[in-house]
Design a protein around this ligand. Structure first.
Ligand SMILES: O=P(O)(O)O[C@H]1[C@H](O)[C@@H](O)[C@H](OP(=O)(O)O)[C@@H](OP(=O)(O)O)[C@H]1O
Ligand SMILES: [Mg+2]
Ligand SMILES: [Mg+2]
Length: 380
């Protein structure tokens, strides 16, 4: 199963290339944005959008993974539907074809006949990459493809991707908003228990390249299965942040006022804000903050599965916030319930079937999670 990790690293890099190509030409990019309606829409937003990059990336990952692991056919799920409307109002089903010419012809249809853009995108999709990652190459993992399934968030932080603000990520620290907050997330979980076991995160826009024309990205991965807990990096917390005497909590700027108010009144808590659910979890993974919490059910399985696997590989986790608060109030001291990824919320409709309904709390160090829960219990 280590081959699956290596394949996911390759496809995540191709996905990052597609994301970068689509953003290159402003005029082209405008063609590529479409509003989500009805059951597909995240209710948190007044308007929710997807881009052609979202749809292509999801279908490309599905295509490439099924080609090498046919056992995963029907077990690869993603945020987006695979239809996209062109400028003429025609709805086109976007699929990645076996032959380059076929993919190019299909994309030209979505791109209102723009052959140049279609062939540029097709090149990125059909590119053969041999990504080198020594640690991933030496990994041994005895897990069968028949036992796993996949969640894809082709672009997390689509609003930041569309806005395209050219912030660069500082060497130590994070961006509150801008292109670096947009991530490709691919998470693998066990079909039987829903436990996340492997995650790949690709950040297509970390900083500008040397010429200042294009962007350079970076990737992270983690595996947590049985005795194997391996992550692409070992640094748990940047040196400058090692001796913190406060609890740092990362929130969405749209977090409920009551949550912000309760946390603001505590003297040893520092509140920070950033865009993108995946990006906020990545900040926890990198030790830049202690916890990320969201009190509403507006993240989904595809947002949390990949980064959850990385957190588990590092000894942390993601729990349902409401369940943690109830357990605390009721004085139960059983194991902290971790999010799982295999079962829908049957009482909900549309995308909400896959929402992390009770909100989430992500942490590296469980004592930080406990402190935060203790501060909020009975007050929100
Ligand atoms: O861009 P998609 O893949 O649709 O995922 C969204 C998540 O589902 C939302 O929960 C995020 O909103 P918050 O960052 O306000 O939690 C949202 O972050 P954003 O509002 O900063 O773009 C995204 O991460
Ligand atoms: Mg998302
Ligand atoms: Mg998304």
């Amino acid at each position: 199963m280590a081959e699956l990790l290596r394949l996911l690293l390759d496809v995540s890099e191709k996905a990052a290339n597609v994301a970068r190509v689509c953003r290159q030409e402003a005029a082209l990019f405008e063609l590529l944005v479409q509003e989500k309606k009805g059951a597909d829409k995240n209710k948190k937003f007044l308007k929710d959008f997807k881009t052609l990059a979202d749809v292509i990336i999801q279908e490309m990952i599905r295509h490439d993974v099924c080609a090498q692991f046919p056992e995963l056919n029907g077990f690869i799920h993603g945020e987006e539907s695979n239809t996209f409307e062109n400028g003429l109002g025609e709805s086109v089903t976007v699929t990645v074809c076996a032959k380059e010419e076929e993919t190019a012809a299909l994309l030209a249809k979505v791109l209102d006949g723009d052959q140049t853009a279609a062939s540029l995108l097709t090149k990125a999709i059909h590119q053969k990459l041999q990504f080198r990652d020594e640690k991933a190459e030496s990994l041994q993992l005895s897990l069968s493809p028949d036992d796993v399934a996949i969640w894809i968030d082709p672009i997390d932080g689509t609003s930041q991707y569309i806005e395209g603000k050219e912030e660069e990520e500082p060497d130590e620290g994070f961006c509150p908003s801008g292109l670096p907050c947009a991530l490709v997330l691919i998470g693998v979980y066990l079909r039987a228990t829903g436990q996340p076991v492997m995650g790949v995160i690709n950040q297509p826009f970390k900083c500008k390249d040397f010429m200042g024309q294009g962007w350079r990205g970076q990737h992270f991965w983690g595996v947590s299965y049985g005795d194997v807990n391996v992550c692409s990096f070992t640094q748990r917390r940047p040196l400058c942040l090692q001796k913190r005497d406060h609890l740092s909590v990362l929130l969405s700027s749209s977090e409920k006022p009551v949550v912000k108010d309760v946390l603001t009144t505590l003297s040893n808590v520092k509140l920070m804000y950033a865009s993108g659910a995946g990006y906020k979890i990545l900040c926890v993974i990198q030790g830049l903050v202690d916890v990320y919490l969201l009190s509403e059910g507006s993240t989904f399985k595809w947002d949390s599965c990949a980064p959850h696997a990385l957190l588990r590989a590092l000894g942390g986790g993601i729990s349902d916030l409401n369940e943690c608060l109830h357990s605390y109030v009721n004085g139960s001291d059983g194991p902290r319930p971790e999010l799982t990824y295999h079962e829908p919320n049957n009482r909900s409709q549309g995308v909400d079937r896959w929402a992390n309904r009770g909100g989430i709390i992500a942490y590296l160090d469980s004592s930080m999670c406990d402190k935060t829960v203790a501060a909020l219990a009975g007050k929100i």
